[in-house]
Each structure stands twice: as structure tokens, then as C-alpha cells.
Ligand binder design. Structure first.
Ligand SMILES: CC(C)(COP(=O)(O)OP(=O)(O)OC[C@H]1O[C@@H](n2cnc3c(N)ncnc32)[C@H](O)[C@@H]1OP(=O)(O)O)[C@@H](O)C(=O)NCCC(=O)NCCS
Length: 148
């Protein structure tokens, strides 16, 4: 089925909030998911037919972009949608004049890490004990992507 990457809009947010709660061990709050986007926000939805299968939240300030959140509905993962969405995010940021994109990922999240690496992100730093876990803390890996 054909897919579409579009700007995240209010009518997507019920589906986004459902996915957020099921995709992440530590989801964002509902108010964060539903907050009115600021001028620096670059938030996208991936639609397949009528269905929202994934989304990302990002921001762009003076050429420097950050990926804040990305998720694909659990039942749709492993089918290439995460990569389609991330490629779409990079394309949108490139159009908007981004020079580099930053993100942080949990050290244990090898699925996301491999996705980021596969599109060209490089690990450049580590924040020790940055994220809470069920049993303690874990490191954040900081990755960057240089827009050519
Ligand atoms: C991370 C996430 C967005 C990836 O989306 P996805 O649709 O499952 O990923 P894709 O099917 O596009 O896979 C893209 C790449 O990710 C990696 N990947 C996907 N599934 C994987 C798995 N089970 N194990 C390891 N790597 C995997 C691979 O590098 C894959 O590339 P390949 O198919 O060429 O090997 C999705 O798993 C998700 O929503 N996870 C929960 C939320 C999350 O952790 N978000 C990131 C932190 S904010």
C-alpha cells in the first residue's frame, strides 16, 4: 500500500498517543504528545492508507536539528517504515536548510541504533547514566548526521 509522509496535524494525535504508549517503555506524557507545535517544530506522521503507522517529533534552530522522538506502531515494526520515516525527516530538514541533525538513544536500544546508523548517523559521545530504567540507569548515546 502506498505511504505518505505529512506534517503532524491535530487529527493524527489520537493515533500517535496510542502508538506512543505501546511503542516505548518510557513514553512521553500525553500533554507532550498533544502540545501545540512551536515555530521550530518539525513533526511528521507516516500514513499508510488511512492509518498512522509512525511519527517523529523534531526541531530545527539555526541549521541545527534534533530528533526528539520517533516511533512505529509495534504491529508495523520491522517492515521498513522506521527507515522510510527517518529518510523523510532528513529530507524535510534538508529542504528547511538543516546542516546537522542530533539525537540521543538509549544504549540498550540496538534496533533504533542500527536504524540511525543505517541512514548515516554516527555515534560521537555518551552520557553516562542519563536515562532511567526499570532497575537503575543507562547511558545515552549521542549521534549526529551531517547534511551534505
Ligand atoms: C526504532 C523504530 C522506530 C524502527 O522502526 P521499524 O519500522 O521497526 O524499522 P525498519 O523496519 O525501518 O528497520 C530499519 C532498520 O532498523 C534496524 N532494525 C529493524 N528491526 C530490527 C531488529 N529487530 N533488530 C535489530 N535491528 C533492527 C535495521 O538496521 C533495519 O534495517 P534493515 O531492515 O536494512 O536491516 C521502531 O522499532 C520503534 O518504534 N521502536 C520503539 C520506539 C523507539 O525505540 N524509538 C527510538 C528511540 S526515541
Amino acid at each position: 500500500m502506498s505511504h505518505n509522509i505529512v506534517s503532524l496535524a491535530p487529527h493524527h494525535l489520537d493515533a500517535v498517543w496510542q502508538i506512543e504508549q505501546h511503542a516505548h517503555a518510557f513514553p512521553w506524557s500525553e500533554s507532550l504528545i498533544r502540545q501545540t507545535p512551536s515555530k521550530i517544530a518539525v513533526n511528521l506522521a507516516l500514513e499508510v492508507g488511512q492509518q498512522v503507522v509512525g511519527y517523529c517529533y523534531g526541531q530545527l534552530v539555526a541549521g541545527e536539528a534534533t530528533l526528539l522522538n520517533i516511533a512505529v506502531a509495534p504491529e508495523c515494526q520491522g517492515k521498513g517504515y522506521g527507515k522510510i520515516l527517518l529518510d523523510g525527516f532528513i529530507d524535510r530538514l534538508t529542504e528547511l536548510g538543516a546542516e546537522e541533525i542530533w539525537l540521543e538513544v538509549r544504549a540498550s536500544n540496538s534496533r533504533a541504533y542500527q536504524l540511525y546508523e543505517s541512514v548515516g548517523f554516527n555515534e560521537i559521545n555518551r552520557r553516562y547514566g542519563y536515562y532511567p530504567t526499570a532497575t537503575g540507569r543507562e547511558d545515552a548515546l549521542i549521534m549526529t548526521y551531517l547534511v551534505l
